[in-house]
Design a protein around this ligand. Structure first.
Ligand SMILES: Nc1ncnc2c1ncn2[C@@H]1O[C@H](COP(=O)(O)OP(=O)(O)OP(=O)(O)O)[C@@H](O)[C@H]1O
Ligand SMILES: [Mg+2]
Length: 382
C-alpha cells in the first residue's frame, strides 16, 4: 500500500482519562495493564499504543466489547478527543497541529458523523435537518437546498422533505442522519453504532443502502459496531479492540480464519447463526473414492474435471487437488448439517475440511467457500 492511498494514520496513540496522566503513562510503559493503572493512579486507560492506517475509500470497522475504547478511538478522528500520546495524521496532516481555524474547517468539510440516536432537531423538517450543517457553514440557502435534496434522493427520502422527525420511522430518521452527514461532502464518515438502535430488518436495509452509497461515493468510512455479522458485511477490514488495545486488524476472512488470539476467536464464534446458515449450504460436492478405487489413472481423470477429490479410507479422508494432497491431510471432518459457525475453529487449523453426511464423505469446505457463503448473506458484498 503506497502512502498516497492512506487516508488516516494512527501512530502509537494512547489516551488516558484522569488527573494523574503522567503517572499513568509511566505505569503503562512499565507494563501495567488497564486494571493496574486504574488501581495505582485512578486513571482510566481509554487507548493504549494504537497503531494502524485506514485507506482511502475503505470501510473500516471497529469492534470490541463495551468499554474497549471504540468511541474513544473514533472521536480522535475529528479531535473531539485529543490523544495523551501519539499522532493522528489525516491526508498527510497531523491534526493536532491544526490551529482553531483549520480545525473548524476540517470539522465542517473534512469529516462528518452519523450518530446512534440520529441527533435530529425535532422542530425542523427533514430538509432543514439535512442542510443545517451547510447553513452553519454560511452556504447560500438555495445552494444548500439543492445539495440537501440531492442527498435526500440518494438515501431514498425524496418526497419527505417537509416531514418532521416524529413522523418518520427510526430507519427513515437515520437516513436523514446519513443525508445530513453526506451533505457536507466530507471524505470521511464516522459512524458510531449508527445502526445499532434499529430493528433487524431496518438495520439490514440500512446496511444495503450504505453499501450502495459507498459503491458510488467511495468515502472513507469508520464504522463501529457490536455486531460481527454487520462488521463482516460492511467492513473491508475490521479492527478488534480489547481494554484499549488493538488485538487484530484484518479482513473479515482473516478475522474469521486466522484469529490473532483467544479473544478474537471468541468474537468469531459469535457469528450470528440465527439466520441458519449450515455447512451444507456452503459445501462443494466432489467425487469421493475409496483408497482402493484411487488409482493414479482414475485420480488424474477426475482431477482434470474437478478441483478436489476426496480419498476416504475408513475413518480418515484426504483431500486431493491437482497439486497433490492438501495440507492438513487427513483432513478434519464436519457434518453437512452442522451450523456454519462450527467450521471456524476447524478451518483455523486447516485450509480444507471434508464434509460428510452420516459419517460418509460427500464434499469439501474450504475457507474461501465458507467465507463466500457468509458473504452471500450479504448479497451486495458477494
Ligand atoms: N470522558 C471520560 N472520562 C473517563 N473515562 C472515560 C471517558 N470516556 C471514556 N472513558 C473510559 O474509557 C474506556 C473506553 O470507553 P469507550 O466509551 O471508548 O468504550 P466503547 O468501546 O465505545 O464502549 P461502548 O460499546 O459501551 O460504547 C472505558 O473504560 C470508559 O470508562
Ligand atoms: Mg461507544
Amino acid at each position: 500500500m503506497s502512502t498516497a492511498d492512506i487516508k488516516i494514520r494512527v501512530d502509537k496513540v494512547s489516551k488516558v482519562f484522569g488527573n494523574r496522566v503522567d503517572d499513568a503513562m509511566r505505569a503503562l510503559s512499565d507494563g501495567a495493564d488497564k486494571a493496574e493503572v486504574l488501581k495505582k493512579t485512578g486513571c482510566v486507560v481509554g487507548l493504549r499504543d494504537i497503531d494502524f492506517s485506514i485507506n482511502q475509500g475503505e470501510t473500516f470497522v471497529i469492534m470490541g466489547l463495551s468499554g474497549s475504547g471504540k468511541s474513544t478511538l473514533i472521536r480522535h478522528f475529528n479531535r473531539l478527543i485529543e490523544p495523551t500520546a501519539g499522532q493522528i495524521v489525516v491526508d498527510g496532516r497531523d491534526i493536532m497541529r491544526m490551529n482553531s481555524r483549520e480545525l473548524l474547517e476540517f470539522r465542517r468539510t473534512g469529516v462528518s458523523m452519523v450518530f446512534q440516536r440520529f441527533g435530529l432537531l425535532p422542530h425542523q423538517n427533514v430538509l432543514d435537518n439535512t442542510i443545517c450543517g451547510l447553513l452553519l457553514q454560511g452556504i447560500d440557502r438555495r445552494v444548500a437546498v439543492d445539495r440537501g435534496m440531492e442527498q435526500l434522493e440518494l438515501v431514498g427520502l425524496k418526497g419527505f422533505e417537509e416531514k418532521y422527525p416524529r413522523q418518520l420511522s427510526g430507519g427513515m430518521q437515520q437516513r436523514v442522519g446519513l443525508a445530513r452527514a453526506l451533505s457536507t461532502r466530507a471524505d470521511i464518515l464516522l459512524m458510531d453504532e449508527a445502526f445499532s438502535a434499529l430493528d433487524p430488518l431496518i438495520k439490514s436495509d440500512m446496511q444495503e443502502q450504505l453499501l450502495d452509497i459507498q459503491a458510488r461515493l467511495k468515502k472513507t468510512i469508520i464504522f463501529i459496531t457490536h455486531d460481527l455479522d454487520e462488521a463482516l458485511h460492511l467492513g473491508d477490514r475490521i479492527a478488534i479492540l480489547k481494554d484499549g488495545e488493538l488485538r487484530q486488524v484484518g479482513t473479515g476472512e482473516e478475522i474469521l480464519f486466522k484469529p490473532a488470539d483467544d479473544y478474537v476467536e471468541r468474537f468469531v464464534r459469535k457469528v450470528d447463526l440465527s439466520r441458519a446458515l449450515f455447512v451444507h449450504e456452503a459445501v462443494k460436492n466432489v467425487p469421493v473414492l475409496s483408497s482402493a478405487e484411487a488409482t493414479a489413472e482414475r485420480m488424474a481423470g477426475l482431477l482434470d474435471r474437478n478441483a478436489y477429490v476426496v480419498v476416504a479410507s475408513g475413518p480418515s479422508a484426504t483431500v486431493v487437488t491437482k497439486d497433490g494432497p492438501r495440507e492438513g491431510s487427513p483432513a478434519a471432518r464436519i457434518e453437512a448439517s452442522a451450523p456454519i459457525g462450527q467450521c471456524f475453529p476447524l478451518l483455523a487449523g486447516s485450509e480444507t475440511l471434508v464434509v460428510e453426511t452420516g459419517g460418509i464423505p460427500v464434499g469439501v469446505l474450504t475457507r474461501e467457500m465458507a467465507f463466500r457463503a457468509l458473504a452471500r448473506l450479504a448479497p451486495a458484498a458477494a
